[in-house]
Design a protein around this ligand. Structure first.
Ligand SMILES: C[S@@+](CC[C@H](N)C(=O)[O-])C[C@H]1O[C@@H](n2cnc3c(N)ncnc32)[C@H](O)[C@@H]1O
Length: 205
């Protein structure tokens, strides 16, 4: 298959969210807690989280069609039925997601790899996303963000302090370990390379 055929295949066959408003709970059978992994990249965090929390229903959102397609293909090969993939911009998808107060946990592992000011609009963590997450998380629900870029971590802490409905898990905003027991590909590499990682945990009031 040519590169261009493959690109069409990724675009056409990557799993998408239903049209219009849709229910997060109906994406995966069962009644376990619903979790989100936004921008899962090559998907290690989905597989590790599915193993660590087999009772949870895990929804991964990824904007890149090739990654969404390939990770979905691997999930099917492993017959992992408690994980569902949605391809698209998390900020757009979550605006249409229902019901409020249905999410137990949300993870963003190493988001926003863009440095330049002109790329600010591409950053996934911002007012639009945090407002939707505050709506969708249940009281006591957890939001975990980790990054290897210190000034981004500082921005995330400041943004969470300004967003109504969230309380940081510590005075500084940071926690020592990933509380979700599931490493992402970037986290695994950072640990192997001995690089610092800033980890932020907040709970929904
Ligand atoms: C630096 S990578 C990190 C990947 C993975 N979480 C990890 O830690 O290895 C950031 C990922 O977020 C995805 N992403 C960026 N903006 C997004 C958005 N608005 N909605 C969904 N995914 C997004 C990118 O395509 C990319 O796969």
């Amino acid at each position: 298959m040519s590169d261009s055929d493959l690109r069409w295949r990724y675009r056409d066959e990557a799993p998408r969210a239903p049209e219009g408003r849709f229910s997060l709970g109906e994406l995966i059978e069962g009644s376990g807690p619903i979790e989100l992994d936004i921008g899962f990249g090559r998907g290690l965090s989905l597989f590790e989280r599915a193993a660590a929390a087999p009772e949870s229903r895990i929804i991964g959102i990824e904007v890149k069609t090739k990654l969404a397609y390939k990770v979905n293909e691997r999930l099917q090969k492993h017959d992992l039925r408690n994980v569902a993939i949605l391809c698209g911009d998390a900020r757009e998808i979550l605006k249409r997601a229902e019901p409020a107060g249905s999410l137990q946990r949300v993870a963003l592992h190493f988001p926003d790899p863009w440095w330049k000011k002109r790329h600010d609009k591409r950053r996934v963590i911002g007012e639009a996303l945090l407002t939707e997450l505050a709506r969708l998380l249940k009281p006591g629900g957890e939001l975990f963000i980790q990054t290897d870029v210190e000034h981004r971590a500082e921005q995330y802490v400041a943004q969470l302090q300004e967003t109504a409905g969230f309380t940081l898990a510590s005075d500084s905003g940071y926690v020592e370990v990933n509380p979700f027991d599931a490493r992402s590909n970037r986290e695994k590499r950072a640990i192997e390379d001995g690089l610092p990682v800033w980890r932020i945990l907040a709970t929904r009031d």
